[in-house]
Design a protein around this ligand. Structure first.
Ligand code: IMP
Length: 218
């Protein structure tokens, strides 16, 4: 019998991405619908705790036919802001937005591009949590980069217009800001590159890959 993962997300793009990933393991991904107001965003300071709380809240809504349950949470962590907005990224995006983020960092400038990258360092981070019927497994993914001086590009979502990823090495692993790598957006933000390129850098993809490696092959 085919294994099923119920994915708690209102985002059709994320659902599609997860379907694509899990198909390679012969696992079917279905969206889990819960009544409005069922899941309360917890006041937690780590993505791990947010994801755990959402799994616990959603478990009673798992369909009778059974299956596994997955949630995924991500955020933007800016070094100069001590990791803010982190778990509050969607709220920060709704309130100050990309323009506000650029303004918050407007004092962090340098003639030296490398120094500017370091001053404006940040990373996207994602945690994918999966209840496998017995325990919660966690997948973790990080994408380091820096905040652009101004908004750039009109693709993507969230903080994509201000996020410039660090280059990747020939194995697809992220490098420190001073290192030029095999794959680079050449200073372009996530909002200016193709979805395929973003995928190569993506924290979300890394979190799903990490999770998949922990699942037994059937
Ligand atoms: P979520 O938990 O994946 O919905 O992410 C929470 C918030 O973090 C989003 O509303 C975005 O503001 C930001 N974020 C997370 N991942 C990304 C990304 O890949 N690009 C841009 N913004 C992101």
């Amino acid at each position: 019998m085919e294994r099923i993962v119920w994915f708690l997300t209102g985002n059709a793009g994320k659902l599609e991405e997860a379907r694509h990933h899990f198909a390679s393991m012969g696992i079917e991904v279905r969206g889990l619908e819960v009544p409005d107001g069922t899941i309360v965003e917890p006041q937690a300071t780590s993505l791990h705790d947010v994801a755990t709380s959402k799994i616990q809240q959603a478990l009673p809504h798992l369909p009778q036919e059974g299956g596994m349950l997955m949630v995924e949470d991500a955020g933007l962590f800016v070094s100069a802001l001590n990791g803010f907005p982190g778990v509050y990224s969607s709220y920060a995006h709704e309130t100050i937005g990309c323009q506000g983020m650029v303004k918050l960092l407007s004092h962090l400038v340098s003639e030296d591009p490398l120094q500017a990258k370091k001053l404006r360092a940040c990373h996207f981070e994602a945690v994918a949590a999966l209840w496998d019927g017995e325990q919660i497994l966690y997948g973790h993914g990080v994408c380091p980069g820096s905040i652009a001086m101004e908004l750039q590009g009109d693709g993507g979502f969230g903080f994509d217009p201000v996020f410039i990823p660090s280059d990747l090495d020939e194995h697809g692993e992220p490098l420190s800001p001073e290192t030029l790598g095999a794959l680079s957006t050449h200073g372009q933000t996530f909002a200016s590159v193709s979805l395929e390129t973003k995928h190569a850098f993506s924290h979300r993809r890394r979190a799903l890959d990490d999770l998949l490696q922990q699942l037994p092959r059937s």
